[in-house]
Ligand binder design. Structure first.
Ligand code: NAD
Length: 481
């Protein structure tokens, strides 16, 4: 590859691209390849971006919800059109396969369109007028929003913050993940061209830049998606200026298989939720509880299917899933695999390598299944965020439910049954932000459903009117007659 193919990705501040010092990012599926050069941010870049967003706020908040909805819809067209040229770049920086990157753009488009369709009704004041009073409860923007996103699905995770923030009249400073900043920033620069300068800003960097953003006194709201340990730092750094936060964090999603399940039909759907994006999805299926009487049959069928997977570079159409995203993630997952190998459980390494010669030049890991494993084992209790899943036998439904609810995570969950009423009754007892029946993957998402976690999986909700509510204050006005 020649240097001409390597884009230089700057910050976006007040409508201008700002380059400064650059660092290289590498393809996690081909570590010899430089994918892009990306600006290295600092606290002073953050300050300039926040001030640009603050300066743009007064004008932007005065536009009508209808005008903002129109611009959000135009931005949705940009996202829909960008998948064609930017999805391959996204594959090369985050390691997913092409359809996963295209799904990211597709979901991002949907979030913008759905949000635009809601914002006019949502923004209408609720008013009461009687002999004594005139009351108007108005939903007003908070001000400058800081959005911080991870690398796994950067487009849709950004749009889940950008759409409700901008639609309700806030302005935005986004910090992408240093592990997938390029395609997202090119996309946001195209979107920013539709908007007044300063409404949408981007600053690159790592934790120090994130912390400068979350502690900045002019930032009134933080929308964060990432790990629980980082979220604790975000809460600490927002404490000094009492900011509102929305946190979308990790999960350890249980799937409870009931004894009336149709195994083949369930596996058709369930497997999409286990190994897609190499298991690096917050609401991936991360532990599977199977009735003891069905265990052997279910586990054999599960492993037969997983054994057909082919692992390799995401731009190769023959590949089922790509490498892990980065070295730290690779070490974490391979360490968990090693610990599981040395435990009492049965670890199966399945699937095949697409290209054994280049295997060591990327963060590749074959799919693994863990059989005969206890609910208390580390592989059942920790968020693996990789292509490995435990199959845990249970003795009765109450035990499966207790195990599903055990622990500090509560993002997604699923129940697998041929009896919808039985599924609903069990779903209602699960501690999670979303519980799906006979589905648990990207195809489970419906924008009418709020998305978020309970317990330490998060605070607040994204999507729909619940997502819009996170970005407004309710201003109550009363005239006593
Ligand atoms: P991470 O927490 O390491 O990083 C997330 C973002 O926070 C990055 O942009 C990072 O640079 C930034 N950051 C790091 N330190 C910071 C600090 N001190 N202050 C402010 N920002 C800081 O997470 P990751 O490894 O990028 O992503 C994986 C995690 O994200 C997993 O736990 C996964 O479950 C979670 N996730 C959750 C959702 C959800 O919607 N619930 C979606 C995707 C991923």
């Amino acid at each position: 590859m020649t240097s001409i193919d390597i884009p230089q990705i700057g910050h976006l501040i007040g409508g201008e691209t700002v380059l400064g010092d650059l660092r290289e990012i590498r393809d996690p599926g081909h570590l010899d390849d430089t994918v892009a050069q990306v600006a290295v941010g600092s606290a002073s870049d953050v300050d300039r971006a926040v001030r640009a967003a603050h300066a743009a706020f007064d004008g932007w908040r005065r536009t009508s919800p209808a005008e903002r909805a129109k611009l959000i819809l135009a931005a949705a067209d940009v996202v829909a059109g960008a998948g064609a040229d930017l999805a391959p770049l996204l594959v090369r920086e985050h390691g997913g396969v092409l359809w996963e990157a295209q799904t990211d753009f597709g979901l991002g488009t949907g979030v913008l369109q759905h949000t635009a369709s809601l914002v006019e009704d949502f923004s209408r004041p609720v008013q009461y007028d009687d002999e004594q009073s005139f009351i108007s409860v108005e939903r007003v923007p908070r001000g400058v929003v800081a959005a911080i996103v991870p690398w796994n699905m950067p487009v849709v995770l950004t749009m889940m913050k950008l759409a409700p923030a901008l639609a309700t009249g806030n302005t935005l400073v986004l910090k992408p993940s240093p592990f997938a900043p390029a395609a997202l920033t090119i996309l946001l620069t195209r979107m920013a061209d539709l908007l007044p300068p300063g409404v949408l800003n981007v600053v690159h960097g790592e934790g120090d830049v994130g912390a400068a953003l979350t502690s900045h006194p002019l930032v009134r709201k933080v929308g964060f998606t990432g790990g629980i340990a980082t979220a604790r730092k975000v809460i600490e750094s927002t404490a000094g200026t009492i900011k509102n936060v929305t946190l979308e964090l990790g999960g350890n999603d249980p799937a409870i298989v009931l004894d009336d399940v149709d195994i083949d039909a369930a596996l058709d759907r369930m497997l999409k939720g286990v190994y897609t994006r190499t298991g690096q999805i917050c609401f991936a299926v991360k532990r599977i509880y199977v009735p003891r009487g069905l265990y052997q049959r279910f586990a054999d069928a599960f492993c037969d299917r997983v054994n057909q997977y082919v692992v390799g570079h995401g731009l190769d159409p023959e590949v089922s899933f790509g490498p892990l995203n980065n070295e730290a993630q690779y070490k974490k997952v391979t360490d968990l695999i090693d610990r599981t190998r040395n435990s009492a459980a049965t670890l199966l390494t399945l699937g095949s390598k697409r290209d054994a010669d280049t295997w060591d030049n990327g963060y590749y890991v074959l799919p693994h299944v863990v059989r005969d494993v206890a609910h208390e084992a580390p592989i059942s209790c920790e968020e693996q965020f990789g292509p490995i899943v435990p199959l845990i036998a249970y003795d009765n439904e109450q035990q499966a439910l207790d195990w599903a609810n055990d622990g500090e995570y509560g993002l997604g969950a699923s129940v697998w049954t041929t009896d919808p009423q039985r599924g609903l009754a069990l779903a209602r007892q699960i501690e999670a932000g979303s519980t799906f029946i006979n589905t648990h993957s990207f195809e489970s998402l419906d924008l009418r459903m709020p998305f978020g976690g309970v317990k330490q999986s998060g605070i607040g909700r994204e999507f729909g009117t619940a997502g819009l509510s996170e970005y407004v204050e309710e201003h109550a006005i009363r005239h006593l007659k």
